[in-house]
Design a protein around this ligand. Structure first.
Ligand SMILES: [Zn+2]
Length: 92
């Protein structure tokens, strides 16, 4: 099976802040999007933990899952259609 990539951008507000979820206290907090883009340490505004990674918020996880499902379905449908066309050509 071939791989396919999905690129999904986080929502950034007008102040350049991204809403993420702390993996330690599971609370949502805002962090400057530059800290994410530059792989800088993110500090949770609730528990003050220095985070090596963050979780997507529930809303973003739902959105990512929806987009991934749509793209996977599109990909699978495309592959299936190509295979059917190929079989039809071979049967002629
Ligand atoms: Zn936290």
């Amino acid at each position: 099976m071939n791989d396919f990539e999905i690129e999904i951008a986080l929502d950034i507000d007008e102040e350049g802040m991204a809403l993420v979820e702390c993996p330690e206290c599971i609370k949502e907090f805002k962090t400057p999007s530059t800290t994410i883009n530059n792989d800088e340490t993110i500090i949770c505004s609730h528990c003050k933990q220095e985070l090596l990674y963050f979780n997507f918020t529930k809303k973003d996880r739902d959105r990512i899952q929806r987009i991934a499902t749509e793209q996977a379905m599109g990909y699978a449908t495309d592959r299936l259609n190509r295979t059917i066309k190929k079989i039809n050509r071979q049967l002629k």
